[in-house]
Ligand binder design. Structure first.
Ligand SMILES: [Zn+2]
Length: 334
């Protein structure tokens, strides 16, 4: 990118303390300067192990920013390695409360990018080159879009070297395994054979402090696993690996009355919600077509036919009754 105004240089940051600098990103239309924060904490001269946290690749996913902020404000004491945080990657989308870049591209479909490509591709290249220069392990923070709540979950490619060991150390039991060729940051990092974990939790344009707690805990658990900070005492070793997910869609329009808890384990034929007409008359009950766990829920009551209502993660085995307790995230202390 000709206008590649910033190159991350770790030597610009002092050893032994947290520092946040406002750095220059590509400008708005050559008219307005754009600055975004970059946080670096390096324990010593040796950079590795280096954890990179990225948030807000989708400009409206604000819960990731809150997780990044909370980490930046924590008085972390790193015994070794480096923590780099980019709390607002897609600052253009953020300023407009939008998921996308100014060229209407989804940044998370443009990685690894190219210096001579479209704006999306150039910007992806700019971010990718800066963070992969130093990073060993990557954590990319996401949420559902506006009006869609995601239960805290991890998305990763379990085939990538080092992922399984990292996943073992975290306190989030739901792991969605996928190796999509989708132009995401996760895919581009995996192609370098480095681990990248996507955290999904919460809803676009909102901040939910329970979700924040999960995200902060995830990053800290991984840093503890890499012996950068002391280990936390408690984590869930057993994970539920989900290989397939599906959006359950409304067959008719109406007002949605949700009956399912977030993260609920459901059985085939179980009723999870109702659609009613404007007078309150029942139109239809929404039944699950498979056994699974609810990973995401529409937060909108006003539903058109075809709207996505519930994101269902398929379970390999039929859920047992006691599983319901296990997945009650909001009673679970991180
Ligand atoms: Zn996202």
């Amino acid at each position: 990118m000709k206008e590649n105004v910033y190159q991350l240089n770790i030597d610009d940051f002092e050893v032994g303390k947290s520092q946040t600098k406002l750095v220059e990103f590509p400008s708005f239309y050559g008219l307005q300067k754009v600055q975004a924060p970059v946080y670096v904490y390096r324990a010593g001269q040796k950079i590795s192990p280096c954890v990179v946290v990225t948030a807000c690749i989708h400009g409206d996913e604000t819960n990731g920013i809150r997780i990044a902020q909370s980490l930046m404000l924590k008085k972390l004491k790193l015994s070794q390695g480096t923590l780099i945080i980019l709390p607002v990657v897609n600052i253009y989308g953020f300023m407009n409360k939008l998921r996308y870049l100014p060229d209407r591209k989804d940044l998370n479909r443009c990685f690894p990018g190219h210096p001579k490509g479209s704006f999306g591709s150039r910007f992806a290249d700019f971010i990718f080159q800066n963070i992969t220069r130093y990073g060993d392990v990557f954590i990319d923070l996401h949420s559902g879009g506006p009006g869609r709540f995601n239960v805290p979950q991890i998305r990763c490619d379990l085939k990538t070297q080092g992922i399984k060991e990292l996943i073992e150390a975290i306190s989030i039991p739901l792991v969605v395994n996928s190796s999509l060729r989708d132009g995401s940051l996760r895919q581009a990092i995996s192609d370098l054979n480095k681990p990248c974990i996507v955290f999904e939790g919460g809803e676009g344009l909102r901040v939910d402090e329970t979700i924040t707690k999960y995200g902060v805990n995830l990053v800290q658990s991984i840093m503890a696993k890499l012996e950068m900070i002391p280990a936390k005492s408690k984590y869930i070793k057993d994970k539920v690996i989900i290989k397939k997910t599906k959006w359950v869609r409304a067959h008719e329009a109406g007002i949605l009355i949700n009956k399912a808890h977030r993260g609920k384990v459901v059985k085939k034929e179980e009723v999870v919600g109702e659609l009613r007409d404007i007078n309150g008359k029942l139109i239809t009950r929404i039944k699950m077509e498979h056994d699974g766990v609810i990973l995401g829920i529409s937060q909108s009551a006003m539903i058109m036919a075809g709207d996505a209502l519930y994101n269902l993660g398929f379970l390999k085995e039929s859920p047992k009754d006691e599983d319901e307790e296990f997945f009650d995230y909001f009673d679970f202390e991180t």
